[in-house]
Design a protein around this ligand. Structure first.
Ligand SMILES: N[C@@H](CCC(=O)N[C@@H](CS)C(=O)NCC(=O)O)C(=O)O
Length: 252
């Protein structure tokens, strides 16, 4: 889909293409990382077109990635960095050193703690896999589908097992998840955004993962945990209304 589709720097017009996936699983994207990059590109004033990711061309076999005049930049952290450098902008402008350190620690907590739980809940619970991720395999011919799914799920299960999360009983997984959610809620407190009345980089991460964990198409304790924190519910609604008020994947 074309959205103005260019941005200008030092007198040049550049084509920016963002690769990921559009609305799915009751979310603006099935991938919180794709949502994070969409939001950060918008915050930086970068216009882009959206395209379905081809994980074989993606340098790390992951989305999001962008193409800028054909050059690929991959990983949401590096996409942010690339455009901040290119445009001489700073998504954390106005934050002190201590606030920047806190922002980065919060971002990595959200991605590692909530991200792994999200992966566990969506992919490794059979019922949820059928409700969501199974769609990614729908185009594979039936005879080949089951072994491919088994291979993918085996690798994901190994990853979650190595980290240790799936070795805990569900009640303990929920305690860890809630620790992260409570930290976000306590930090947000009664502010509009994470660091006050202006969006900063970590809002893109926080919003995208909170929004993803609140999806009501999956059977998971994640949504119920978040529903216990009124300020996060209001934040999710507020940021969604301001930053995702159009479907940028409509033509895909
Ligand atoms: N560190 C990466 C994480 C991206 C990521 O994990 N993307 C997932 C979708 S949510 C993906 O593409 N997974 C495909 C795979 O690992 O095979 C980022 O920040 O962009």
């Amino acid at each position: 889909m074309t959205l103005g589709k260019t941005f200008e720097y030092v007198g040049r017009i550049m084509m920016v293409q963002l690769f990921g996936w559009g609305p799915a699983f009751g979310c603006h994207s099935p991938s919180p990382y794709v949502m994070k990059s969409m939001m950060q590109l918008d915050m930086l004033g970068v216009a882009y077109t959206t395209h379905i990711a081809d994980l074989e061309e993606a340098p790390y076999q992951k989305a999001p990635y962008v193409k800028v005049d054909g050059k690929i930049v991959a990983d949401s952290a590096f996409i942010r960095r690339y455009f901040e450098n290119k445009l001489g902008k700073d998504l954390d402008e106005g934050l002190s050193k201590a606030e920047r350190a806190t922002a980065w620690a919060l971002e990595r907590m959200v991605e590692s703690e909530m991200g792994l739980m999200l992966l566990h809940e969506r992919w490794l619970k059979d019922e949820n896999f059928e409700r969501g991720p199974a769609i990614f395999f729908a185009d594979i011919p039936e005879g080949m589908r089951a072994p491919i799914i088994e291979d993918v799920l085996g690798k994901l299960a190994m990853r979650v097992d190595m980290q240790g999360l799936s070795r805990f009983p569900e009640s303990d997984r929920v305690i860890l998840f809630e620790n992260a959610v409570r930290a976000l809620s306590d930090f947000l407190d009664d502010k509009e955004y994470m660091f006050g009345d202006r969006l900063t980089a970590v809002d893109a991460t926080t919003y995208s993962f909170v929004h993803s964990c609140m999806s009501d198409i999956f059977v998971s304790p994640m949504r119920d945990v978040i529903l216990g924190y009124d300020n996060l519910i209001a934040y999710e609604k507020r940021v969604g209304q301001c930053c995702f008020n159009t479907n940028k994947w409509a033509a895909e």
